[in-house]
Write a protein that binds this ligand. Structure first.
Ligand code: HEM
Length: 219
């Protein structure tokens, strides 16, 4: 313990960590009347961090190729130490994150927190909800099972309802006419870095805006 305290003291002397920690965490003022529903946003963020961490572990073995994707996931689940657990956590936390984001959104809608001056919190939130569902949708294809394949086929069919450009959008999303290795590669890149990077930027905006306006209840 004293080693940790000494390391912390050394860093604190140089970077003044304690006043920042007190201001933002340990002595931060929060509303006394904040209900349990106020934790959904934070929990959604926590599940995002869980996804990033377990996703990094899965990436050590996953192979984004039609010939090897399914085998690599099976290998993770049956041969890698604790692989089954990491894979299950990643799959369950994805569902949990969507549920938490929706519950967070329901609280904001119920208490009408989207009104001035928090309109842009709501707008950035809606984008985060869309991005969260896109993360789930692209991730669903990666194990390359029958379910993933047909799920992607039905899901990517949806833009065909757009007048005039619908078919082109479908082909763009699929990277061709059918679900193939090209689709898998595209969804893989979206899932592992493009969408998480965009989400991190929007979450940053969301948090900065919340810090500026403060929470919607009196402290
Ligand atoms: C990945 C998705 C999201 C994350 C990680 C997230 C995270 C957070 C966090 C940590 C807070 C502060 C604590 C709280 O009030 O719960 C917050 C507040 C807020 N969020 Fe989100 N959020 C997400 C999605 C959304 C969505 C979908 C909406 C609405 C469409 C939304 C609208 C808001 C608003 C209006 C506030 C201010 C609440 C207040 O002042 O009381 N957020 N968000």
């Amino acid at each position: 313990m004293s080693v940790i305290r000494r390391i912390y003291g050394w860093i604190d002397n140089r970077f003044d960590v304690t006043p920042e920690l007190e201001k933002n965490v340990t002595k931060k003022w929060v509303p006394r009347t904040l209900s349990w529903a106020g934790c959904f946003g934070g929990l959604a963020f926590f599940t995002f961090l869980v996804q990033v961490f377990t996703g990094m572990l899965l990436l050590m073995y996953y192979k984004p190729h039609p010939e090897s994707a399914w085998d690599s996931v099976t290998f993770i689940k049956s041969n890698v130490t604790m692989g089954w657990l990491v894979q299950r956590i990643h799959a369950v936390a994805a569902n949990l994150m969507i549920a938490l984001v929706l519950m967070h959104m329901a609280r904001i809608a119920y208490y009408k927190i989207y009104r001035t001056p928090r309109e842009l919190h709501w707008v950035s939130g809606v984008l985060l909800l869309l991005l969260t569902t896109m993360m789930a949708f692209t991730g669903y294809l990666l194990p390359w099972t029958q379910l993933s394949y047909w799920g992607a086929k039905v899901g990517t069919e949806i833009p065909s309802a757009i007048p005039i450009i619908g078919t082109d959008v479908v082909e763009w999303v699929r990277r061709g006419k059918a679900i193939s290795g090209e689709t898998l590669g595209f969804f893989f890149s979206l899932h592992i870095w493009i969408l998480p990077a965009i989400m991190s930027a929007f979450m940053g905006m969301h948090f900065v805006m919340i810090r500026r306006t403060g929470i919607s209840k009196p402290l």
